[in-house]
Design a protein around this ligand. Structure first.
Ligand code: NAI
Ligand code: MG
Length: 499
């Protein structure tokens, strides 16, 4: 437990410097064993705001040892008491929402009003939600034979390795650490190279409440720090969010140790807009679903929008007008709706897809909004949102995850055709249908191949709703009670012969 109560630091540059070159292991902020670090860059300006400690295998080992040691006592606490402490972390984090929002804005380029502040608040909310589930770690009694008492009980797994990406790092970390901790595990998190600071700060705040060693966080790159965490013999479970490619690597490493994994991978989520849909609602749903305020950097992004032919042109025009009205600019400015892409690498990737679309015969690219005028943002990784029409479902733009503000609107004639095309994808994370017809809506919920299907709305991840994909979108669910029970505990069957 950190002794001095942390006060919010509202200057994000000062906070970034304060958190520079630190890992959080066994309740203390320490540099990496090698002393090495890597730069953390503000993508809105390319200014270096901090360095992050470059954790490698020896740091992983120290963190896992600390976690193993701490977990023994943690597991002995009543579930409700662990929950109470996790809720206390949530309450404390609520006092730090503003500083965390500013910090995450600085390191990721996400707009503070539309994204960062919301994410910081949801982080605290997820902790409070899971903290309330500490008494739900129940087993069963199994009828067996007279004189035999047979019960099952849920036990923690031990040390959980959690690997997170940069797009919504706080939320995605919360969905892993909160259930893992409440279930009685200790956790070692590996943050994403591009966004190590806000998650480190959040864990530092939580360490004021949690016993040392229960929640550790390392920064470092994938092969150098993430891989040794997965491979470490003291880690009994890995939970990962990121790309399909890396997810498969993690799965293979975990298979060598025969440990369970949860994988939340990519998506190419379809949105079907039937001719009878409430057009304005559907357009609003496309703006939210496509996560334009997050520059489209979302695994659930509604990046394939199937619109029935009769309303296609009106839908395109209305969507363009809506996105045009959104303001791109300084992510820390309250007036900004859309910030920047996270990094040069992602910027180049997104630009590559836009070029590909522009070169596709028959395709039309509608560029929306306007680049920021401010000269100090001239080096920022801003990309104007692009709506493509005239692109077929077998085009790479519709097959591959772009992870940028690029969506394709595809025209369809009849419902059967829409369902067929929507399901014709490697992915199956989320899907929506927009219609006033109940029969069509119900039928689509049964036939769409996705872990989450919504009708006439496009809500983001909600605490208490199981979230996770089918097909290449992943394995397992997050965000719910079931996800805590199924992914962060192991079941023991106990038979007592009392005859
Ligand atoms: P990534 O999947 O490579 O990185 C995610 C996390 O995995 C990071 O913490 C990274 O350090 C770690 N990692 C990388 N290689 C590893 C390894 N060998 N062993 C263990 N951990 C490893 O994703 P990246 O490179 O950031 O982005 C590439 C693409 O992945 C994006 O363009 C996007 O399409 C997709 N992506 C999907 C996300 C989602 O939410 N489903 C999140 C981030 C990226
Ligand atoms: Mg990668």
């Amino acid at each position: 437990m950190l002794q001095n109560r942390l006060e919010p630091v509202l200057d994000p540059r000062a906070l970034a410097r304060e958190l520079s070159n630190k890992l959080l292991i066994d309740g203390a902020l320490v540099p990496a064993v090698t002393g090495r670090s890597f730069p953390v860059v503000n993508p809105a300006t390319q200014e270096q705001i901090a360095v992050a400690a470059e954790g490698t295998a020896p740091d992983v080992d120290v963190a896992v040892q600390a976690a193993r040691k701490a977990q023994k006592a943690w597991a002995k606490l009543a579930g409700r008491e662990r929950g109470r402490l996790v809720q206390e972390c949530g309450r404390l984090l609520n006092e730090h929402v503003e500083e965390i929002a500013r910090l995450i804005t600085l390191e990721t380029g996400k707009a503070i009003r539309t994204e960062s502040r919301v994410e910081a608040g949801v982080f605290a909310d997820v902790l409070v939600f899971y903290g309330g589930l500490g008494s739900e770690l129940k087993g069963e009694s199994v009828p067996f034979k007279p004189g035999m008492l047979t019960i099952t009980q849920r036990e923690p797994i031990g040390v959980v390795g959690a690997i997170i990406p940069w797009n919504v790092p706080l939320l995605l970390m919360a969905l892993k650490i909160a259930p893992a901790l409440v279930a009685g595990n200790a956790v070692v998190v590996k943050s994403a190279e591009e966004a190590p600071l806000a998650v480190l700060r959040a864990c530092q705040i939580m360490n004021q409440v949690l016993p040392p060693g229960i929640l550790n966080i390392l920064s470092g790159d994938g092969p150098g720090c993430g891989a040794p965490l997965v491979a470490h013999k003291g880690v009994g479970k890995v939970t990962f969010t990121g790309s399909v490619e890396t997810g498969k690597l993690v799965y293979k490493m975990a298979a060598d140790k025969l440990i369970p994994v949860t994988l939340e991978l990519g998506g190419k989520s379809p949105m079907i807009v039937m001719g009878d849909a409430d057009l304005d609602k559907a357009v609003e749903g496309a703006v939210i679903g496509m996560r334009f305020t997050r520059q489209g950097q979302s695994c659930t992004a509604a990046s394939r929008i199937f619109v029935q032919d009769g309303i296609h042109d009106a839908f395109v025009a209305k969507l363009k007008a809506k996105v045009d009205a959104m303001k791109m600019g300084d992510p820390l400015d309250e007036a900004t709706d859309i910030g920047t892409i996270i990094s040069k690498q992602q910027f180049d990737k997104v630009k590559g897809y836009i070029k590909l679309g522009e070169e596709t015969p028959g395709a039309t690219a509608l560029r929306c909004s306007a680049m920021p005028a401010d000269a100090k943002l001239g080096r920022g990784y801003f990309v104007q949102p692009v709506i493509f029409t005239g692109v077929a479902n077998d085009n790479r733009l519709c097959r591959e995850e772009i992870f940028g503000p690029v969506t394709c609107i595809l025209k369809f004639r009849d419902y059967e055709d829409a369902i067929r095309q929507a399901n014709d994808s490697e992915y199956g994370l989320a899907a929506t249908i927009w219609t006033r017809d109940l029969k069509t809506a119900l039928d689509a919920t049964q036939r769409l191949e996705a872990g989450l299907v919504q009708v006439n709305q496009n809500l983001v991840v909600q605490a208490n709703m199981s979230y996770g994909g089918v097909k290449s979108s992943g394995l397992g669910k997050e965000a719910s009670l079931e996800s805590m029970l199924e992914h962060f505990t192991q079941k023991k069957t106990i038979i007592l012969n009392l005859a």
